[in-house]
Design a protein around this ligand. Structure first.
Ligand SMILES: Cc1cc2nc3c(=O)[nH]c(=O)nc-3n(C[C@H](O)[C@H](O)[C@H](O)COP(=O)(O)O)c2cc1C
Length: 191
């Protein structure tokens, strides 16, 4: 059965290397019959979390800040698979991608934590990491891989795969890179 796939692309470069990974992944997923919804979150109006701990009153709009996160919340609830697509910025995801992850906290304030725990027991949401970076070493990717693994564990997400594309820096550097085939195959392999 087709999955609802939510792509959160945190790159501010519209046609950058992350976008190329996302395009390849989405192509594979669509060919396999999955529905892909993509948010270019760095181009949206999404503020960082203020840490007010005051969210959760309205399940459909759980954060006190009213911005484009409301569309993300709805898509997140419906998603079977969450794709974190981001360039590496200082050994992590971009600030824009991180803001979205922080703002998911409001869903937990709205009671999604119990729902997520129940869903996790039943198989949970799947998760994928797509990330280009300039440096192509295990050491360079280690912090972000560690972050991703803990995030999956604590959010109750099942890791379905990662494409870490080192050695790409400028827009277009990823053209012809085998990582694009890996992303396409990963999209097609979703279960
Ligand atoms: C602010 C900033 C921080 C970066 N930090 C890292 C880093 O820690 N490690 C790395 O290998 N590349 C780093 N890069 C390079 C990007 O990850 C790389 O250029 C990537 O291909 C950009 O993807 P995009 O085209 O989707 O924006 C950084 C780039 C910028 C602009």
């Amino acid at each position: 059965m087709g999955k609802n796939v939510l792509v959160l692309n945190g790159s501010p470069r519209r046609n950058g290397n992350t976008a190329a990974l996302v395009d390849a992944f989405a192509e594979g997923a669509a060919q396999a019959g999955h529905d892909v919804v993509r948010f270019d979150v760095a181009l949206m109006d999404i503020a960082p979390c203020r840490g007010c701990l005051g969210g959760g009153a309205d399940a459909d709009s759980p954060c006190v800040q009213k911005d484009d996160m409301d569309a993300v919340y709805a898509a997140y609830r419906a998603a079977d698979v969450v794709v974190l697509a981001s360039p590496m910025y200082c050994w992590s995801v971009t600030a824009q991608e991180k803001a979205v992850l922080d703002r998911l906290f409001a869903l937990m304030e709205a009671g999604m934590r119990a729902a997520e725990a129940a869903a996790a027991e039943a198989g949970g949401k799947g998760c994928v990491l797509l990330m280009p970076a300039e440096e192509d070493t295990e050491r360079n990717f280690a912090p972000v891989v560690s972050y991703y693994e803990v995030l999956c564990e604590r959010m109750g997400w099942r890791d379905l795969g990662r494409v870490l594309a080192g050695g790409v820096y400028r827009v277009g550097d990823i053209a012809g890179n085998p990582a694009l085939d890996d992303a396409r195959e990963l999209g097609a392999s979703l279960r």
